[in-house]
Design a protein around this ligand. Structure first.
Ligand code: NAD
Length: 373
């Protein structure tokens, strides 16, 4: 079997496999094709791949010959034209926002596994690219905030006087939010946290954060633990608690997302007007609309004296570690679809294979995606 690892589009510095992960495929007897310079922006040169047994080919040769192709970002329409029937694609395709692309892949008889659609079960943890990348985003959000914040994070008691610790407000305590709490605490900040899922309160407290309580949240259990839409009454109460906390905060990290929907606007214009000069917001939900009224995706702006950074692709700013973790996630997933002899073996009885498969045999097969059409 031929496996292809493709270069990512401009602006994406990660790569789907680092050299040592490509080597795992080679050792299974799989021929591995790579494009020249695929790992350059993740600090892995061509020699580091070829010394592990990968072969350098043109993008055209890879797209038209491989039986399985690995990327992080979706392939372009031009790439898709070149694919063989029944080729397996693995990447992050965000099908809820890319329905037209998904239809094209189905028509092309591609078998697509979109790693962001993998069920978030315990068995899936080692393959969960959303978690491995969100962990990086949460860490980097705090480091970025600290670099733009014109004051100290920790408390200092010096002969020249006492510096109060920074107050960090984190909205959304999923994987990114929890890592942001841990990182901000390590830097010495005082951390307050809000999430619509009351179940995260204990995790927040165990990391040293203070949980902002709002009574009457909708039960998220039917949504597999993901956030769900809340009642108007709840939203009013939540609005007031967040407004109070935002006015006191020096740093706000927002991570609140609802899968398949626009991100909720949690920091309104009025809240921004009440924020302290010099304060910093890092909005990780920027790509789905942002959690503040003024976020612009992929931009750093100033609103009054508040710096607002809209960035949902922070993992790409730590490409070596992000790629290593992504590649390891994919290798773990491959154990479900490639047998001991290095051949594809798709078992749709497996909930992880079924849950992450979007198109197969000329059809859209994923129930959650089909429900949107
Ligand atoms: P996410 O990126 O989808 O959302 C981030 C956080 O924002 C979530 O905690 C969500 O509850 C919160 N949020 C949504 N709307 C909000 C609002 N209006 N106000 C405040 N907060 C709001 O989340 P994620 O990090 O991908 O995790 C989603 C779920 O999956 C969690 O229950 C998590 O524990 C679970 N999970 C399971 C596994 C696993 O077992 N494989 C791995 C990772 C995550």
């Amino acid at each position: 079997m031929i496996a292809g690892i493709l270069k990512e589009p401009t602006g994406e510095h990660r790569v789907a496999f680092m050299p040592e992960q490509a080597e795992v495929l080679v050792k299974k007897g799989i021929t591995v094709y790579i494009e020249s310079s695929i790992g350059n922006s993740a600090y892995a040169d061509d020699d580091s791949y070829t010394s592990k047994g990968a072969e350098i080919k043109s993008r055209y040769e890879i797209l038209s010959n491989a039986s399985i192709l690995f990327t992080i970002q979706p392939l372009s329409a031009i790439d898709i034209e070149l694919l063989k029937e029944n080729v397996v694609l693995i990447g992050i395709y965000q099908p809820f926002s890319n329905i037209q692309l998904i239809k094209e892949l189905a028509e092309k008889k591609v078998t697509l596994f979109s790693m962001d659609m993998l069920p978030r079960t315990t068995r899936a943890q080692s393959m969960d690219v959303l978690s491995s990348q969100a962990n990086i985003a949460g860490y980097k959000a705090v480091i970025l905030a600290a670099s733009f914040y014109p004051k100290y994070f920790p408390m200092f008691m010096t002969a020249a006087g006492t510096i109060a610790p920074a107050k960090v407000l984190i909205l959304g305590a999923g994987v990114a939010g929890l890592q942001a709490i841990a990182t901000a605490r390590r830097l010495g900040a005082v951390v307050e946290v809000f999430d619509t899922r009351p179940a995260v309160k204990e995790e927040v407290m165990s990391l040293g954060g203070k949980f902002i309580e709002v009574e009457g949240a909708a039960d998220p259990s039917a949504a597999g633990g993901y956030a769900v839409e809340q009642t108007e009454e709840y939203k009013q109460k939540q609005h007031q608690r967040i407004a109070d906390a935002a006015a006191k905060a020096d740093i706000i990290i927002t991570t609140a997302q609802i899968p398949g929907k626009s991100a909720p606007v949690l920091i309104t214009e009025a809240m921004l007007n009440a924020m302290k000069p010099g304060s910093v917001i890092i909005d990780l939900a920027a790509a789905t609309g942002g959690n503040t009224a003024k976020t612009i995706n992929a931009q750093k702006i100033k609103y009054n004296d508040v710096t607002i950074v809209g960035d949902s692709n922070l993992p790409a700013t730590m490409p070596a570690d992000a790629s290593k973790l992504y590649g390891k996630n994919i290798l773990n997933f491959l154990q479900l679809i490639i047998n001991k002899d290095g051949q594809l073996n798709l078992n749709f009885e497996d909930d992880l294979v079924k849950g992450s498969c979007i198109t197969h045999n000329g059809e859209i097969v994923n129930e959650r995606v089909k429900a949107l059409i």
